[in-house]
Design a protein around this ligand. Structure first.
Ligand SMILES: [Zn+2]
Length: 510
């Protein structure tokens, strides 16, 4: 009695683990089952495999087929095990020679007609295969470009079960194999982030964005509708450096798990996510019924998460942002498991000054009672705002601004921000940080990084009079370092500290 063996990959979060797929044929009534902790979709695999085999003129053993997926302790989710289960069963039935497939990873869903369909999570699966020393992966043609992002593994694209079996028959006879289906070319996309040059006027907002990009600072903007807060926020990714290869693979893996890689490209530019304030906890933080899916915080990993009209977001959603802001990851708990996704993003918050939006300047048009106004912005305060170094008041563009000169392009500003980042990386290497925004307050307030009394005087005085909290003090120090870095100064000087204080005060809640 032959046991058919091949391999596949189970993906949890964005991490895969190679799974052994074994098919055993024994006497008894025809019956085809899967064991080893399959979820519902995986348990139904035999139905798809049987139909696909029949429609591909392939014969499965007419006995009892038992497929085991191991390790059994690992949940096997989705239909992506279909191809491996079919191959193992066909080996057990003598249709495919065992030595051809034993060490090969097979991924893909089977259509009832025998077509091999694309599945989510192929990139993390192939990364896991590479790590486990697998040399060859067979993937749906629709996932082949994504799989090819992992250069150390040979990718065999297939479009039908019949074609795959034909290929194995040819390999067994050592004859020429039929040509593989054509893989759509990997598109290279230019960064699509809109340009900063399109923002008219708003010199302070433009500068705050540059500081945010240079030091990795979170940013809050308060201003009336139409002041251009969204337009400003959308331009932050274009000021950030392109993703490093490891990070790009991680970001691409998140989108792969979501099945949201339409162009099958490596995502090399920081993403921008702007979930609606009515969005559910699951869609922002992660979760959902059935398979756990990454939320907006993970789709923004390596890029920017923009919350427009922040006070309108659900309180529990805003509270849940604290975990990723602290640790750069998010844990989504389910009955049987905790799934972890990366979620390190730069946060941009935007809020109207009050529910009616008119409480700016002299506030003449505002119809909100004072109490309502206070309550509205208080939703922005607390632990979330504590992590936001830059707070900016954004006013509508005036006629005078429209007549002004066109501002610098994103490319010019990004170059300066990048130079400032390099300075930070060198300076903070010994404490294991890269950016000013990551440096703890006590480090900035003591030892070699402590500023001279003359330089820090405005902050010291504000702290003494209580107009600045200690957290606020630390935020000003971080921003002052970034401003000095942008200026090419070795350390912050008085003017940098004053500018930092200005960037924070201008958006202080009224
Ligand atoms: Zn109002």
């Amino acid at each position: 009695m032959t046991i058919g063996r091949t391999r596949s990959v189970a993906v949890t979060g964005i991490h895969g683990r190679v799974v052994d797929v074994e098919a055993d044929v024994s006497g008894g009534l025809p019956c085809f089952t899967v064991s080893g902790m399959p979820d519902t979709a995986c348990r139904q695999s035999p139905d798809r495999v049987k139909a696909a085999a029949v429609n591909s003129d392939l014969e499965l053993p007419k006995q009892r087929i038992t497929v085991n997926l191991s390790p059994a302790s690992l949940l096997k989710q989705g239909s992506g095990f279909d191809l491996a289960i079919a191959v193992a069963a066909l080996v057990a039935g003598g249709t495919i020679s065992p030595e051809l497939v034993e060490g090969v990873v097979h991924l893909g869903e089977l259509g009832l007609d025998g077509a091999v369909r694309a599945v989510p999570g192929v990139l993390p699966a192939v990364l896991a295969a590479e790590e486990a020393g697998v040399r060859q992966v067979v993937v749906p043609v629709g996932n082949a470009a994504e799989a090819a992002l992992v250069p150390a593994v040979e990718v065999v694209p297939v479009d039908t079960l019949a074609a795959l079996v034909q290929r194995y028959r040819c390999l067994h006879r050592r004859g020429p194999t039929p040509p593989l289906p054509e893989v759509p070319p990997r598109l290279s996309v230019a960064p699509t982030a809109p340009d900063l040059a399109d923002v008219v006027g708003q010199p302070e907002a433009r500068y705050a964005l540059e500081v945010a990009a240079a030091g990795g600072h979170h940013l809050a903007m308060i201003g009336p509708p139409g002041a251009g807060k969204t337009m400003i926020a959308e331009r932050l990714p274009g000021l950030l450096p392109p993703l490093q290869r490891e990070q790009a693979l991680e970001v691409t893996a998140i989108h792969s798990v979501l099945g949201a890689l339409p162009d099958h490209v490596l995502i090399e530019h920081p993403p921008f996510m702007a979930p609606h304030h009515g969005a559910s906890m699951a869609s922002i933080i992660g979760g959902g019924s059935g398979r756990v899916r990454p939320g907006a915080v993970s789709r923004a990993h390596g890029g920017v998460l923009f919350l427009d009209e922040t006070p309108e977001f659900r309180r529990d959603v805003l509270d849940a942002l604290r975990q990723p802001l602290e640790s750069g990851r998010v844990h989504v708990a389910r009955a049987s498991e905790v799934v972890t996704y990366p979620a390190r993003f730069q946060l941009v918050l935007a809020a109207n000054p009050c529910p009616c939006g008119n409480n700016f300047g002299k506030g003449a048009g505002c119809v909100c009672p004072p109490q309502v106004r206070r309550h509205y912005l208080s939703r922005l305060s607390g632990p979330l705002l504590d992590r936001v170094d830059l707070r900016l008041k954004v006013l509508p563009v005036t006629r005078a601004m429209l007549a002004g000169p066109r501002g610098e392009s994103s490319a010019t500003v990004a170059e300066r921000a990048q130079a400032a980042r390099l300075r930070q990386a060198v300076r903070w290497r010994e404490i294991g940080k890269h950016l000013n925004s990551q440096v703890p307050g006590p480090v900035l307030r003591s030892g070699p990084w402590r500023l001279g009394a003359e330089v820090s005087r405005p902050l010291d005085e504000a702290l003494e009079t209580g107009s600045l909290t200690l957290r606020g003090y630390d935020r000003c120090l971080r921003v002052a370092w970034t401003i000095a870095d942008l200026d090419g100064a070795p350390r912050p000087e008085l003017q940098h500290v004053l500018e930092a204080r200005g960037l924070r005060e201008s958006g202080e809640a009224a």
